[in-house]
Design a protein around this ligand. Structure first.
Ligand SMILES: Cc1ncc(COP(=O)(O)O)c(C=O)c1O
Length: 490
């Protein structure tokens, strides 16, 4: 109560007292803010009627922008308009309902407002003394994610910038817990490229990395893993951590988590699951079987800015036992002494590598509370169902060969060109993808499977419709006609 009383006692400020550097008047702040809201609402409500984007041309962009060091002040609204124009003109919109490449970034207005509030209040979410309310809100939000992913109540975690950091933080913690810097890491060809790179950042050399074989659906093969571990043990080496993937970026494949958890338990290995893309499917009933075993991981990377509909940046790391993070990251600095006082202080600088950190939890907290979990469940199910719809269309057409079936809202395929060599098919595949960017209706790019390009759809936007997918497949067929050399045309 006392706190509320303190907050409501406000001393009216004279406008002229705000005539200081780097400060707008209250009226100007409101005006700028309302206009920014209008811009974002306009963006979100007209997005599907605009092209996904156009191929960027660096020279054109640089020529368009004023790069002079801004010595003189300008009107804030004019500056904002300039910024909006730059962003709108020169962005391929990852939040567009027909952005079907990479991992799309559909996000919500509520999440954007949360980011604005977190910045507006400039919340320091790194330590207890100055950010106790936000720390508890982060704790609560992490606990929601923990419960959704089936982790035990001993689990803990924190929000970070994205999946790359979440994986890195977890693997470093696993190694710190083992107390042995020479431990081996097991992954596959389908492990996200950022993980290999991160292993290098934390001093894990190539000689400590084992690439385990995969099955015909590109999932880690437990039998190959078992053999590899046996070979390493026989050579006197120390296996440390299996990095499984729940929803690979290429095909949406989920490694057999239960089998891997069994193997890890047998050999006392750390099971880390990269769920940056696919762990959101824990919200879905239809994917529950696929993700079976997720709750047995020792650590899990999530990426709220992917399939949890949060604006960039938001990643999240969960560990089965929160003390793992504390042991790995707890920091002592003489000037932080007071942050350890009070009842049960919660200092996020003890759980991860950042001291100063923003309040990323707020967007997830606000969107979960605003829309309710069921809206998230429906949105995730919608993407899974649309990828299956796309698969049906591709299978029904004799123009395409499905390379990997719809899994967690991702499907890959390539053109069928009677009489063409694989190299000729690959060239046409790439040409079709390049032309979607020129066309602008929908963005469909390629990935590689077994060293050959395939077209890939990743469908996670809750506003993508079945009609969008049908129109996109029709567009791909028109682009395929144009890209097909005359000798292979029908
Ligand atoms: C499976 C997977 N892991 C990790 C990452 C890296 O995540 P971020 O880009 O958020 O750092 C990605 C990004 O696409 C991903 O798909």
């Amino acid at each position: 109560m006392l706190r509320i009383a303190i907050v409501t006692v406000s001393v009216p400020l004279k406008e002229e007292s705000l005539d200081v550097p780097l400060r707008l008047s209250s009226a100007n702040m409101r005006d700028l803010g309302y206009r920014a809201v209008d811009e974002v609402v306009e963006h979100l409500s007209t997005l599907r009627d605009r092209p996904v984007g156009a191929p960027p041309d660096r020279e054109e962009i640089e020529a368009f922008m004023d790069a002079a060091l801004p010595e003189e002040p300008r009107d804030a609204i004019e500056v904002m308009r300039e910024a909006v124009e730059h962003v709108r003109e020169f962005t391929v919109q990852t939040d567009h309902p027909r952005f079907l490449a990479y991992i799309p970034g559909p996000s919500t207005y509520v999440g954007a407002v949360a980011d604005f509030l977190a910045s507006g209040f400039n919340v320091f979410a790194g330590q207890w003394l100055v950010g106790s309310g936000p720390a508890i809100m982060e704790r609560i939000t992490i606990d929601w994610l923990r419960a959704i992913c089936g982790f035990p109540s001993t689990a803990g975690g924190l929000f970070v910038s994205g999946g790359t950091m979440a994986n890195l933080i977890a693997i470093h913690a696993a190694r710190a817990r083992s107390g042995d810097r020479s431990g081996l890491i097991y992954l596959t060809s389908q492990t996200h490229g950022s993980i290999r790179q991160s292993l290098g950042f934390i001093g894990i050399g190539e000689e400590q990395i084992r690439s385990v074989g995969t099955d015909d659906r590109l999932r880690m093969d437990p039998a190959s893993l078992r053999e590899q571990i046996a070979r390493d043990l026989a050579a006197g080496l120390r296996p440390l951590c299996v990095v499984a993937t729940a929803g690979s970026t290429n095909t949406g494949a989920v490694d057999p988590l239960d089998d891997l958890a069994d193997l890890c338990a047998e050999h006392d290995l750390w099971l880390h699951v990269d769920g940056a893309y696919g762990a959101a499917a824990a919200l879905s009933k239809s994917a529950a079987d696929l993700l079976h075993g997720l709750s047995r991981a020792d650590s899990l990377a999530l990426d709220p800015h992917k399939w949890w509909y949060q604006p960039y940046e938001a990643g999240c790391v969960l560990v089965r036992d929160e003390t793992t993070l504390i042991d790995a990251y707890s920091m002592n600095a003489e000037y932080l002494r007071e942050t350890r006082h009070g009842t049960a202080p919660l200092n996020y600088y003890d759980l991860g590598p950042q001291l100063t950190r923003g309040f990323r939890a707020l967007k997830m907290w606000m969107t979960f509370k605003t829309f309710g979990l069921d809206a998230f469940r429906q949105a995730v199910e919608h993407g899974i169902a649309l990828a299956e719809h796309a698969e049906g269309l591709l299978v029904d057409s004799d123009r395409w060969e499905v390379v990997s079936p719809a899994q967690l809202a991702i499907i890959t395929f390539r053109p069928v060109l009677a009489g063409a060599t694989p190299e000729q098919v690959d060239a046409v595949t790439r040409a079709v993808a390049a032309s979607t960017l020129q066309d602008g209706f929908a963005l469909v790019l390629t990935t590689e499977i077994e060293e050959r390009p395939v077209l890939r759809l990743c469908i996670t936007h809750p506003e993508t419709t079945a009609h969008d997918i049908e129109e996109t497949v029709a567009l791909l067929e028109r682009l395929l006609d144009d890209a097909t050399p005359p000798q292979f045309r029908r």
